[in-house]
Design a protein around this ligand. Structure first.
Ligand code: ARG
Length: 581
């Protein structure tokens, strides 16, 4: 159990003994260490409710609270309870953490089956930096949820049945370069898509041909289906290369096309259950009428006032839509995979879509703890949406290549004697780590500015800073005459720098579970930065190799634990640590 959880339990017990009722007693790390390590406003909240004096209530609670073996509690301001933790508590907890494979992080009390829908690029369209956010965030959340003991199913719901296939089919038959396709399929498919798309914009006849190709595909035309399936296979191979490089894995790739033969029945069922209604020849889902207009995703405010904002699930021409597929996907995930929760890691512009899917699915009787884990945009250094110089969307592969190139240059400058193979490997780890960390250290809802210099800086809030901290710690151990064995080592925390390092180390157990409260890996990223800073202060203030006896072992143990937490935490973000750099 984490220290925070322990304090919460004891506080709840004290509350219960004072007011005779089981109540939640939330505790948070104190914002300012001068006042203590943890803080609770439980007494204030309760006093307000019961109209009693908060300080008097806090006093009663403290008197009833068991603080044995933890530290002390005191009242501050209008009735905050501040907890000050004894250094010996940090020491014994840190020692136990070092001996624990899970580094003190408890498994979730309730283990759930969680389907995570992320990445999901569209076939034959370029996978751009917007997809990178989904891929990196989703992968990290999957790693964290798994580590906490949940049964995680990752599913790459690729867009493999969209209208883009009209263009692709026409292009495939007219302008495809087979050799290029064999060599590197994605750029060739993207080129074909782009050229035909541009031609179709200029020439209505081309547009008509594309539409006709799409209709033939949807009607099951053999030739078009063959081209389509080859195109999807090639795209998947190309994507797989990127995922391998990023160390991202999927349990399934059930793209949109997987659900094709379920859509007709689904629409019939919606009509039968009165969830779908025919309107102007199309089948639409309307409001369930239970929510106020401003909370109802099927209502929208326009000039004339509140009006319907239906989701179309079958067009008048019989075609199905993105929403139709998403309803089928919900059903499949609940029925086949027994999903307790479904998380969609998709950009903020699709918020309305997901609110509609979640609301109507619940009315349909299919509820699975839906979460739209949204995120903002990536901006260029000019603070506009990131584009290449020619105005195209920046492609993910190019971003990764450039990150690795820049990392290679930095490493060559710093450590020119590394063997070429190793330098290359390190550049890959550092370059990809930088891109991932730049993403994961942001509040996901904010638009962030993509800055090469900032994300690769060795002294900054970056992956290289953390990776380098880890390297430095490992190099301490390489200097030892005998390997260090931490078994049974007791920690003595003499100086404030040591106390602070231990205080942060044991918070790993609180930080990791808290990430899933709001699906924010940036909590972990920021924790790791704070930990690394505390380590450097400790390392400056406290000689390790030059100290002796139990103090030396204690400090080595702190080093060891720090390196373990750094490497493990980075691992949960999908970032590796090189041995040297
Ligand atoms: N392919 C979609 C896009 O690129 C994202 C799909 C997200 N998942 C879903 N179940 N709708 O916008």
């Amino acid at each position: 159990m984490s220290l925070l959880q322990d304090i919460e339990n004891r506080l709840a017990a004290a509350l219960e003994s004072v007011v005779g009722e089981k109540l939640a007693a939330p505790v948070v790390p104190a914002a300012d260490l001068r006042f203590g390590d943890y803080q609770s406003n439980a007494a204030m909240a309760l006093a307000k409710q019961r109209k009693t004096n908060p300080r008097a209530l806090a006093e009663q609670i403290i008197a009833a609270m068991d603080m044995d073996g933890i530290g002390s509690a005191e009242i501050a301001g209008p009735g905050f309870i501040n907890f000050r933790i004894d250094a010996s508590t940090f020491a014994s907890r840190a020692a136990a953490q070092l001996a624990d494979e899970r580094l003190g992080v408890p498994l979730a009390a309730e283990r759930k089956t969680i389907v995570i829908d992320f990445s999901a690029p569209n076939v034959a369209k370029p996978m751009h930096v917007g997809h990178i956010r989904s891929t990196i965030l989703g992968d990290s959340l999957a790693r964290i949820a798994r580590f906490l003991g949940h049964h995680v199913i990752t599913d790459n719901h690729i867009g493999d049945w969209g209208t883009q296939f009209g263009m692709i089919l026409h292009g495939w038959k007219t302008i495809l370069d087979e050799d290029k396709l064999e060599g590197d399929p994605i750029p060739e498919l993207v080129r074909v898509y782009r050229e035909i798309n541009a031609a179709a914009k200029d020439d209505p006849a081309v547009m008509e041909t594309c539409k006709a190709e799409l209709v033939k595909l949807q009607a099951g035309d053999e030739e078009n289906l063959k081209i389509w399936s080859r195109c999807v296979e090639l795209s998947k191979m190309g994507l797989q290369k990127i995922y391998d490089r990023l160390d991202v894995t999927f349990d399934h790739w059930l793209g949109e096309s997987f659900y094709n033969d379920r859509l007709a029945g689904l629409v019939d069922e919606f009509i039968e259950k009165d969830l779908g209604r025919i309107s102007d020849g199309a089948v639409c889902v309307f409001s369930g009428g239970e929510l106020p207009d401003d909370k109802d995703p099927f209502r929208i405010h326009r000039e004339e006032g509140w009006t319907d904002n239906p989701a179309i699930i079958r067009k008048a021409d019989g075609g199905f839509l993105y929403a139709t597929t998403d309803f089928a996907t919900v059903e499949y995930r609940i029925d086949e995979w027994k999903a307790d929760e479904i998380w969609y890691v998709v950009g903020a512009p699709q918020q309305m879509h997901f609110r509609q899917i979640f609301d109507a699915s619940k009315r349909w009787g299919k509820d699975a703890g839906f979460q739209h884990i949204a995120f903002g945009s990536i901006l260029g250094e000019d603070r506009k949406l990131m584009k290449t110089r020619s105005g195209d969307n920046v492609q993910l592969v190019d971003v990764l290549d450039e990150a690795v190139e820049r990392a290679a240059a930095a490493i060559a400058g710093k450590n020119p004697d590394l063997p070429a193979d190793e330098a290359k490997e390190i550049a890959e780890i550092v370059g990809l780590g930088s891109v991932k960390f730049a993403e994961l250290s942001q509040n996901r809802m904010t638009d962030y500015v993509f800055s090469w210099d900032r994300m690769l800086a060795l002294q900054g809030d970056t992956a290289p800073y953390l990776q380098y901290s880890h390297v430095r710690i490992r190099s301490i151990f390489r200097k030892l005459d005998e390997p260090f064995d931490s078994a049974g080592v007791e920690l003595t925390l003499d100086s404030e720098a040591e106390v602070h390092l231990a205080r942060l180390l044991i918070r790993y157990a609180e930080t990791v579970p808290a990430i899933l409260d709001e699906h924010r890996p940036n909590l972990l990223a920021n924790y790791l930065l704070e930990l690394a800073r505390a380590f450097h202060s400790f390392f400056e203030a406290c000689p390790v190799l030059k100290s002796d006896g139990p103090l030396r072992s204690s400090r080595l143990a702190l080093c060891e634990l720090t390196s373990k937490v750094l490497a493990h935490g980075l691992g949960l973000l999908g970032i590796r640590c090189p041995e040297r750099m």
